[in-house]
Ligand binder design. Structure first.
Ligand code: BDR
Ligand code: CA
Length: 327
């Protein structure tokens, strides 16, 4: 069962799957979104912020505050993922230019202030590189005790990476930040850190027939044309790329799964394990090492997703999109 009422802050680098995750969160009746912070990753910070505002407007939620955060990793040069998400970050989708809020707060200030104002209540969901979260932890080391849960999309714990053979993109983009984040959790009084990695996201696939089914279900709904156009245009670039490589079309729901599992933890199974991040390797930078055999003899600092109810997640996603179309 989903949590009764969940206060959310999302930290995103809005590419395509972040966008789908944002739409899902906007449609979740049991979620209250306090704000969305942005970080450089899939696209630069300006793009990520603009895309986020545009997607919230598409969802009919332009009032949700968007807080720009870090424009670059802690120690490295930023490298975007435009090959996967397209130059704009949203595939072939074109959204109207969103209104810019006059006094958008800064991500770090806002995350820390909200965590103090709602101690023990906020689920922070990170679906981009962990730069903002790490800087917030450096600013406020008590953050792990102030949150209800940190749920992040990142890592590859039993299988290989998607950016290098060892590393998943979000962790690889800013491994120093990821290391700070993992090392900050697991102590006395710490909220759980839930890591939703490639092990489960790669099993959670949106297919062209799901979008066709959605189009049938939303016929005549007021917001269906704009929403369907966005879903089709944003995923086309990715579908075509995967088809060229593998001969079939699918879209991996990395970020939507992390967001859905943050709202409804029963979508995934997790295992408690000690996790650390490689930051000084020559071949394995950004690799998430999970000590499954306990050879480090460290206390577990993460709940790593090891199983997923993927079919249910996709059904929930399609139902959420139908609600958005009919709002
Ligand atoms: C992650 O990398 C990004 O490109 C996606 O938005 C997702 O957060 C998957 O490895
Ligand atoms: Ca992302």
């Amino acid at each position: 069962m989903p949590d009764a009422k969940t206060l959310l802050i999302l930290d995103v680098d809005t590419g395509i799957d972040d966008a789908l995750g944002l739409l899902y969160a906007c449609a979740a009746p049991q979620a209250t979104i306090l704000g969305v912070s942005t970080v450089a990753g899939n696209v630069d910070l300006t793009r990520a912020t603009r895309n986020t505002r545009a997607v919230l407007a598409l969802a009919g939620r332009p009032e949700i505050p968007v807080w720009p955060g870090c424009a670059r990793p802690i120690m490295r040069e930023p490298e975007d993922a435009s090959e996967i998400h397209g130059g704009s970050g949203l595939g072939n989708a074109i959204l109207p230019e969103p209104a810019v809020a006059a006094n958008a707060g800064n991500a770090i200030d806002e995350i820390v202030a909200a965590a103090k104002a709602h101690a023990g209540e906020i689920v922070l969901i990170a679906t981009g590189p962990l730069t903002n979260v790490a800087v917030a932890l450096m600013r406020e080391p008590e953050l792990p005790k102030l949150l209800k849960r940190l749920v992040l999309m990142g890592g590859a714990f039993k299988e290989g990476g998607n950016t290098t053979p060892a590393a998943e993109f979000n962790i690889w983009h800013d491994p120093e930040a990821a290391r700070i984040v993992f090392q900050s959790f697991g102590g006395e009084g710490s909220a759980p850190l839930v890591a939703v990695g490639l092990d489960v996201t790669r099993q959670t696939l949106l297919l062209p027939e799901h979008l066709r089914d959605l189009a049938r279900r939303c016929e005549g709904a007021a917001h269906a044309p704009a929403l369907l156009q966005f879903l089709q245009d944003s995923t086309r670039h990715y579908f075509e790329r995967v088809e060229k490589r593998e001969g079939r079309r699918y879209f991996v729901m990395h970020d939507p799964l992390a967001i859905a599992a943050a709202i409804d933890p029963t979508l995934i199974d997790t295992a408690a394990v000690a996790v650390d991040v490689e930051t000084t390797g020559t071949l394995a930078n950004g690799m998430t090492l999970a000590d499954w055999r306990g050879v480090w003899r460290r206390k577990p600092n993460a709940q790593v997703a090891v199983g997923v109810r993927a079919e249910r997640m996709i059904e929930d996603f399609i139902a959420a999109m139908e609600r958005l179309a009919r709002r």
